[in-house]
Ligand binder design. Structure first.
Ligand SMILES: Cc1ncc(COP(=O)(O)O)c(C=O)c1O
Length: 279
């Protein structure tokens, strides 16, 4: 578990331990790569890239007893999640409408792509050209908006196959924002290509803006969104506000990727005025 999340989110760790897991803070002393990172900085906050390197090293050295499956930066993971987007289209069909804007937060890309790829497919086949797609990322980890489009590794040590993607560099260590799932240096190649070709837009917000959106959503809807999800909500609110100004009516759909009941520390920091922006 990425070190900063291990410290910020003890309840996530406890749930895993409850189910029988042995949870280790990364970088750790258990791998050569972890040790190397700790030598450079004994208080290293870690990153998803480093945790992936440690996981791969552990699997490789296990003598064949352990396998490692890389997560949401790989295209097949995005396709697996499209069951969500298929259902979204069916639900819209039921109410005889379609979304004008589809929004999701972007870590590696799986929840956003899973949500909107079926609708994107319609657009690419020329069956619909009206829908806009917006991926939302943290200002402090702006891969789609400020990354370089090139081949890079999915992990920090450089053990994965090379991926053609927007990347901030595989050794990029993101700021310790509460949206731990968005602290990743790259994005899935298929999503990056869609961005490069202009089929999807991308925007960024700092974490105070996103937690404010989460607070408003909690008060109006009664559900507390995850810090990652707050990014999508902030963009949805901004799109709705634009409509209010122009008087246009639009159907805005966003993906509610997770609840924030295990992330209350971030909300606590917001309420106490202690939340750092990180841009
Ligand atoms: C609640 C939540 N939303 C979104 C994400 C971002 O990941 P992805 O871009 O792969 O959907 C994560 C990642 O951990 C997450 O926990």
């Amino acid at each position: 578990m990425v070190g900063i999340s291990f410290n910020q989110k003890p309840y996530r760790r406890i749930i895993m331990e409850l189910y029988g897991a042995d949870v280790v803070s990364s970088p750790s002393e258990r791998t050569d790569f972890g040790k190397k990172m700790l030598e450079q900085d004994p208080d290293h906050p870690g990153s998803l890239g480093i945790a992936i390197s440690e996981a791969i090293e552990t699997a490789v050295k296990s003598g064949g007893t352990t396998k490692y499956s890389l997560g949401s930066v790989l295209n097949h993971v995005l396709l697996h999640q499209t069951i969500v987007g298929q259902e979204v289209l069916l639900q819209f069909e039921k109410i005889d409408t379609k979304p004008d804007v589809m929004i999701g937060c972007v870590g590696g890309g799986s929840n956003y792509a899973g949500f909107m790829y079926p609708a994107m497919g319609r657009k690419l086949r020329g069956e619909d050209d009206g829908t806009r797609f917006i991926g939302v990322e943290p200002a402090s980890c702006p891969t789609l908006t400020k990354g370089e489009y090139k081949y890079d590794f999915g992990d920090t040590a450089g053990m994965t196959p090379l991926l053609m993607m927007y990347t901030l560099g595989h050794d990029f260590v993101p700021s310790p924002i509460h949206a731990g799932g968005l602290r990743y240096h790259g994005d899935a190649p298929s999503l990056c290509l869609l961005k490069k070709l202009g089929y999807t837009e991308a925007v960024t917000y700092d974490q105070v803006q996103t937690f404010e959106a989460g607070k408003l959503f909690s008060k109006t809807e009664g559900l507390v969104p995850a810090p990652e999800t707050c990014h999508a909500i902030k963009a949805a609110i901004d799109e709705a506000r634009k409509c209010k100004e122009t008087g246009e009516e639009k159907v805005i759909a966003f993906n509610f990727s997770g609840h924030g009941l295990l992330d209350l520390k971030g909300y606590g920091d917001l309420l106490e005025g202690k939340l750092v922006k990180y841009v």
